[in-house]
Ligand binder design. Structure first.
Ligand code: RIB
Length: 298
């Protein structure tokens, strides 16, 4: 029982600049660091630090970056039995962060590209025993679709974070319990930039619950009976990298713990906000006690 994350693992090369460069421009960085990342692994670590029992299914290359990422997840207490070593470089991401905490991210998928449906099939028992499976879109779409089909057969709940944005086949929407697009992803999936109309369109496709993440504005929730906004916590962000991943990991934890939806979203907003206070992806993910104190104090 617990949370199974099926997704990407990347080594992040993060550089800090006063402002993001313009096209064709060379600028100097004032800080550089290498940090464990990847949307899938970030969500797994977020959930684990919040106290959940987490298993990860993913892929790394047979290189030193892959070893570091794998060991990092083991050190977090995550079950890494579902992480394959494939004949490719480990995935990486080039991340540039400006003084306002805004970023640009370019991902080279590497080993993530080789996580196929045959790998998921081998872990059918793990998916069948999970309370919730969390997915994103940095692994092949076919693998995501297959996993969602499998969760439907096995009656396991699914949270899909449709990032980075990509079109999805219509037949899988009805098997998604919660979908968590940001505004850009919602527009691509629904064809409208109106948050409420876009959320309604996803419900009409069959999704049970829609959560639109709105960055510093918090998030918007809609199901067939109700809809509401939940404000963000006000913080001075240093780096927004992995804030969305932290939000998704927290939402999965809240689901497993049976929190009500408003409480879940406040909890996830708190985890996301705390993640923006430090540089880097997994380095910045908070532990449960910090989150509880932060929410209580705010
Ligand atoms: O969401 C942030 C993550 O996106 C980074 O850790 C990077 O690896 C990319 O996957």
């Amino acid at each position: 029982m617990g949370i199974v994350v099926v997704g990407s693992m990347n080594m992040d090369y993060t550089t800090k600049v006063d402002r993001l460069p313009r096209e064709g421009e060379t600028i100097m960085s004032n800080f550089f660091t290498t940090v464990a990342g990847g949307k899938g692994a970030n969500q797994a670590v977020a959930a684990s630090r919040l106290g959940a029992n987490v298993s990860m299914i993913g892929a790394v290359g047979c290189d030193s970056a892959g070893e570091v990422l794998l060991q990092g997840l083991k050190d977090e207490g995550i079950d890494t039995g579902g992480i394959y070593k494939v004949d490719s470089a480990t995935g990486n991401a080039m991340i540039t962060v400006d003084n306002g905490g805004n970023n640009t991210i370019v991902v080279y998928p590497g080993a993530n590209r080789y996580l196929g449906r045959e790998h998921i099939k081998e872990f059918t028992h793990v998916i069948g025993e999970a309370d919730v499976v969390v997915l994103q879109l940095e692994i092949p779409l076919d693998t995501v679709v297959y996993t969602i089909e499998l969760t439907n057969e096995l009656k396991t709940s699914v949270i899909l974070n449709p990032a980075p944005a990509a079109s999805l086949p219509d037949h899988i929407y009805k098997w998604i319990d919660i979908i968590t697009p940001n505004e850009t992803e919602l527009e691509l999936l629904s064809g409208t930039d109106d948050i409420e109309k876009g959320s309604r369109a996803l419900l009409d496709l069959g999704v049970k619950r829609v959560v639109v993440t709105l960055g510093s504005k918090g998030c918007f929730y809609m199901d067939r009976d109700e809809s509401f906004y939940v404000d963000a916590f006000k913080v001075d962000s240093v780096d927004t990298t992995a804030a969305g991943d932290a939000f998704n990991g927290a939402l999965a934890v809240a689901m497993v713990e049976g929190m009500g939806m408003k409480e879940s979203l406040r909890f996830a907003n708190g985890v996301g906000a705390l993640t923006t206070l430090k540089l880097g992806a997994q380095d910045s993910l908070p532990h449960r006690r910090e989150v509880e104190k932060f929410i209580e104090d705010n």
